[in-house]
Design a protein around this ligand. Sequence first.
Ligand SMILES: [Zn+2]
Length: 191
Amino acid sequence: MTARTHDLIALASLTAVTIYYPPDHFTVTTLIMSLIANNIGTLIPDLDSATNRLWDLLPAGDFLAKIFKRIFWKHRTLSNSLLGMIIFYLFLQWVLPKFLYPNMVNISIIVNATMIGYLSHLIADSFTKEGLPLLFPIDVDFGIPPIESLRIKTGSWIEKALVFPGVLIFLIWFSIYHQSQLIQIFRSITN
Ligand SMILES: [Zn+2]
């Protein structure tokens, strides 16, 4: 799926999880950082594609992307697997406390927001024709439904005309349906 669709699916997933499992309280900084982290988290699995938007943010990003892509030779390998997800989770747990002040931001909320973005990417990609190498390095691709011809082609009209608007409508409907919970969550935000 395209980055645009992934962004929206990640945001919808974060909203749904936050409504079902509201945090006791969180700060404005945590809220803003969680939204950014969720967005970065959902772009990470496609880092092995040189066109990934994250590469544009880095100076010499194109050059680094080409090297990185050569290491992962085939699109969708380690970063689209359970192993990749676990490595990334452990990396976050290790790196975030090194440069975030725990009294200013709730690090576990930020880790969760990132992982929700990451996981939502893998689930969304499992509906595409390419499928997911979930058990990498074991070479089997998973997909929903298991028959490849019934799955979506990335960037196709189905993704643009049905999936993207469908998720958008779901997000709006879900937020309106749960507006009292959402208001309560926003009220619990402190500075
Ligand atoms: Zn992907």
